[in-house]
Ligand binder design. Structure first.
Ligand code: VGL
Ligand code: ZN
Length: 198
């Protein structure tokens, strides 16, 4: 039973001062560094959008951040421009110790589709390749931490559980956006999918 720690989107734009700041987003960095230091296999994810990405409200005339639109693949929340490829906002938090990461998964890089999950884009079918990577390394148990609890951590954890990984989310090392009850919905969704929430 090999284990991996998946650190979701600990990037400047999701921390205080960033374009899509998650309250307390930077408060989890030290704890994540400590957990990485005692974990053999560490994977990081990085939200990585081209300018003009379809998840940005600015790409849709008359729309504002946090409006919801219907995309071909289903409803999509519109966000402030964030994590634009190569920008300072897309960089990892400067205090995140990335040295021991064995794999960095970038996601959301196709203009027409968002990707909350580290495993599948928001059509819930296009793979990122992470499942193949973990499976071919014989990894069967996962711990997830990072940002944001109710979006990218939630989608990654439920996909991981559905893919058959024994999945734990360390809630103390996550922070949420919490739009209209999205945190409570994410917590019950993760529990229903068989994710262990601590
Ligand atoms: C995320 C909204 C948009 C996340 C990424 O990392 O949770 N949320 N893009
Ligand atoms: Zn994003």
């Amino acid at each position: 039973m090999s284990h991996a720690l998946i650190v979701i989107d600990v990037q400047n734009d999701f921390c205080p001062g960033g374009a899509l700041a998650v309250p307390g987003g930077d408060a989890i960095v030290a704890g994540i560094n400590a957990l990485m230091a005692e974990t053999d296999t560490v994977v990081l994810t990085q939200d990585w959008h081209p300018a003009g990405h379809s998840s940005f409200a600015s790409s849709h005339a008359g729309k504002s951040p946090y409006d919801v639109i219907d995309m071909a693949y289903g409803p999509q929340v519109l966000w402030p421009d964030h994590c634009v490829q190569g920008s300072a906002g897309a960089a990892f938090h400067p205090k995140l110790d990335t040295t021991r990461a064995q794999m960095i998964v970038r996601k959301g890089f196709r203009t027409g589709i968002d990707s909350y999950s580290a495993f599948f884009e928001n059509d819930q079918t296009t793979p990122t390749g992470l499942d193949g990577y973990l499976r071919s390394r014989g990894i069967t148990t996962l711990t997830l931490v990072g940002l944001a609890t109710d979006f990218c951590v939630n989608f990654s954890a439920t996909d991981a559980a559905r893919l058959g990984y024994a999945t734990t989310v360390r809630s103390d090392l996550c922070r949420a956006i919490d739009l209209d009850g999205s945190l409570a919905a994410a917590q019950s969704g993760m529990q229903a999918a068989g994710v262990t929430l601590t």
